[in-house]
Design a protein around this ligand. Structure first.
Ligand code: URP
Ligand code: ZN
Ligand code: ZN
Length: 471
């Protein structure tokens, strides 16, 4: 008699490298056997289903305070419930350092907020907004050694922007400590200049956010970040690349052998700046305000090409949820006076995988292997979680998503589990949905409904595979 706890039987196992028919045997939360005819104490019939490594969403914002007092619609409980329902087993949220605060204190605050509330595993990135000598010399190195091996820096936003000297300082620390810097690349001064000009012309509706955050400003900042990384000789990740022009900068860097990695997101393959017009340049457009903003059909085509040809390493949601209506929401009196006050960010942790599967695999734009690589295996490798996460292999955590490739359903706010009161993808026709999400051998969501078990743990991370020359 086998001593397996659970067997996932009769499915098609899909990894970033191949697909094959096999049973998966699970013992003590890990994958113990892969074969045929396996038996265990419990059995899940996966006939007709794909068995994928659990989704890893490497870019989500949960329970972050904002400069203007607007409140995020998801904390760790609702955000990770939503993630689980959408086929994810791990998410990587951010610890935001508010200027003047100790980064270590911020980490402890977020750990407290997360503890006991998570339905998926979590691993934190840091946001460095105040690179003081104390932060650069002591806190960051110590935090990297404690497993916080990636940090994000911003080239825009009044309360977060770092100047070039500060960026170079952070890059130096990353190189020394073998950490990975994620860069929000948009040129602050260009955005401010365009904003002033638009406001002076009376152009204050949410749509003008897309004009102020011009693709040229993103292209320029992407090139500047790449140049700084080249000077310091440090790998970086350009996050949420929105269009053709910044993407070409990543390709420019790669052609020169630089270690520049790239992320894109669902909004850049499904939405355009026109969505920010709302019904008739009205405030509905605020539902789509995020930075960088969605671009145009040409950029969507370019992003698809980049997803296919390997320019993009990872596909994340950049889930940054604000309610549209009610107190401390997108629709607030100040935001009505100018697009520049509309909280930036849209929800998407629950719809990331279905959108890429349906639009990508279903429409023949990317292979099933590429889907798994972009959404699970590569994020695990890039951020130091592999092979515990992101793979289906003996010894790996039994984090699995059972996927029905034929199930057809529209995206509808009424069926989502996030804390937002809308989805930017309302009504989108999707073929291919997760039907069961399994974290370390335990079911955390079934048929789009979280099962209510708070099993998630905080993960400590290793240095990125990029320092081992293997990504
Ligand atoms: O608009 C966005 N993306 N808000 C989230 C913060 C960020 O820059 O990722
Ligand atoms: Zn960003
Ligand atoms: Zn973000």
């Amino acid at each position: 008699m086998s001593d397996l706890d659970l067997v996932i039987a009769g499915g098609t196992v899909v990894t970033a490298a191949d697909s094959y028919a096999a049973d998966i045997g699970i013992k003590d939360g890990r994958i113990a056997q892969i074969g045929t005819g396996l038996e265990g104490a419990e059995r899940i019939d996966a006939a007709g289903l794909l068995v994928l490594p659990g989704g890893i969403d490497a870019h989500v914002h949960l329970d972050q305070p904002t400069a203007d007092g607007t409140v995020m619609a998801d904390g760790f409980a609702s955000g990770t419930r939503s993630a689980a329902a959408g086929g994810n087993t791990t998410v990587l949220p951010f610890v935001l350092q508010i200027k003047g605060q100790s980064l270590r204190t911020c980490v402890e605050d977020y750990r407290r907020k997360a503890e006991g509330n998570c339905h998926t595993d979590v691993a934190f990135h840091l946001i460095v907004s105040d690179p003081t000598p104390q932060v650069l010399g002591q806190e960051l190195p110590a935090l990297v050694r404690d497993g916080y091996t990636s940090f994000k820096v911003f080239m825009t936003y009044d309360d977060l922007v770092l100047n070039d000297a500060q960026l170079l300082d952070v890059f130096e620390v990353a190189r020394r400590e073998r950490a990975l810097v994620m860069v929000h690349a948009e040129g602050h001064d260009a955005i401010k200049h365009l904003t002033r000009r638009l406001e002076a012309g009376g152009h204050t509706a949410p749509y003008y956010h897309a004009e102020a955050h011009a693709q040229i400003a993103e292209r320029e900042a992407t090139h500047r970040a790449i140049s700084h990384a080249q000077l310091i000789d440090v790998p970086i990740v350009i996050v949420h690349v929105s269009g053709r022009e910044p993407m070409e900068q990543v390709q420019w860097a790669r052609a020169r052998g630089l270690k520049v990695f790239a992320e894109t997101c669902p909004q850049y393959i499904t939405l355009t700046a026109e969505d920010l017009q709302g019904l008739n340049m009205d405030f509905e457009g605020a539902k789509y305000v995020c930075s960088p903003p969605p671009r145009d059909a040409d950029s969507q085509a370019a992003i698809w090409q980049g997803l296919r040809d390997g320019t993009f390493d990872i596909f994340s949601s950049d889930h940054c949820p604000f309610r549209f209506e009610g107190e401390a929401s997108k629709d607030n009196p100040r935001a009505r006076t100018s697009f520049k006050w509309v909280p930036n960010g849209i929800p998407g942790v629950e719809t990331r995988l279905p959108i890429l599967f349906s639009e990508g695999v279903g429409k023949g734009r990317i292979s099933l292997q590429r889907f798994v690589a972009l959404t699970s295996t590569n994020p695990a490798r890039l951020y130091g979680l592999y092979p515990q996460k992101g793979s289906i292999a003996i010894g790996a955590d039994a984090d699995l998503t059972l996927w029905d490739p034929q199930m057809t359903r529209q995206i509808s706010q009424t069926e989502l589990n996030h804390g937002c009161d809308y989805t930017p993808y309302e009504g989108m026709e999707i073929t291919g949905w997760p039907v069961r999400t399994i974290l370390r051998g335990q079911t955390i969501a079934m048929a789009g409904n979280p099962t209510g078990v708070e099993l998630g743990r905080e993960l400590s991370r290793d240095v990125s595979d990029v320092y081992a020359d293997s990504v």
